[in-house]
Design a protein. Structure first.
Length: 261
């Protein structure tokens, strides 16, 4: 059994994949339908990903797929920890933080695991049957819904008459409604995850902006701070503040200066 290549988590060697790309990476290999990073807190997916590369090192029968309780999550993570010890994988597993299901903790660990997995995947186990390996447990993938193409509205298009509208077939209509409801729910979950990710990075950038503004008057830091602020405030064609937004901010700053005087 070939020993794994260890990966150290640093900003220089970590691929900056988005949340959606990482979830797609897991779903594609394990044939699952995770919708957000927080679901990785159960630990079962990591156990099976490692099992794909080193089947003899992971006690997959001890893993509880589709678990909903924190104490079972912990049990799954301990299976992963045992496998790490067997394989001499030099990576701390912060179980108590991961099982809480917070986005940032799970996002950072998933980023590391993606890098670790891609470096160690030799392609020898590409025929791995993930569903069979876990005995059909867990939620398998469902076919992705096609997004209807947008059509330009016709200038003189008339509304169809009542006689021209074909009646909806009763057979299978309830199944179609259920399928559409599931798709809507999946989209809502995805949007919620994207909003959390957006807010997280926005707050980080805001902290950097405040720090730079505090150091801007220092002659030593001024040239460096100026370059950082230029990057933060740079915009691309077609992307920028809403019309009038900059003027409102400028007026607020002038009012604050007048109040100080």
């Amino acid at each position: 059994m070939a020993m794994p290549i260890n990966v150290t988590s640093t900003s220089n060697n970590m691929d900056t994949l988005s949340r959606n790309e990482l979830i797609h990476f897991i779903n594609e290999i394990l044939q699952l339908n995770f919708t957000k990073v927080e679901q990785m807190c159960s630990g079962d997916a990591y156990c099976q990903m490692l099992h794909k590369l080193w089947p003899k090192a992971v006690a997959l029968k001890k893993v509880k797929f589709g678990a909903k309780q924190e104490h079972i999550y912990i049990s799954n993570w301990k299976v992963l920890q045992d496998a790490f010890k067997k394989l001499h994988i030099d990576k701390e597993v912060p179980i108590q933080r991961l099982v809480k299901g917070r986005f940032q903790d799970n996002f950072e660990f998933l980023q590391w695991f993606y890098k670790f997995y891609t470096i160690n995947d030799s392609g020898e186990n590409d025929e791995y049957d993930a569903v069979a390996a876990r005995g059909g447990a867990g939620v398998t993938t469902t076919p992705a819904a096609r997004v209807p193409a947008r059509t330009k509205p016709a200038a003189n298009r008339k509304a169809p008459s009542a006689a021209a509208v074909s009646p909806v077939k009763k057979s299978g209509s309830s199944a179609d409604v259920k399928r559409l409801e599931e798709q809507v729910n999946d989209l809502l979950v995805a949007v919620e995850g994207l909003e959390k990710e957006r807010d997280f990075y926005f707050n980080k950038l805001r902290d950097i902006e405040v720090f730079c503004q505090e150091k801007d008057e220092d002659e030593v830091f001024h040239p460096f701070v100026t370059q950082i602020l230029e990057v933060l405030y740079a915009t691309e064609d077609g992307f920028g503040p809403a019309e009038g937004e900059g003027e409102e901010e400028q007026e607020e700053e002038e009012e604050e200066e007048q109040e100080e005087y």
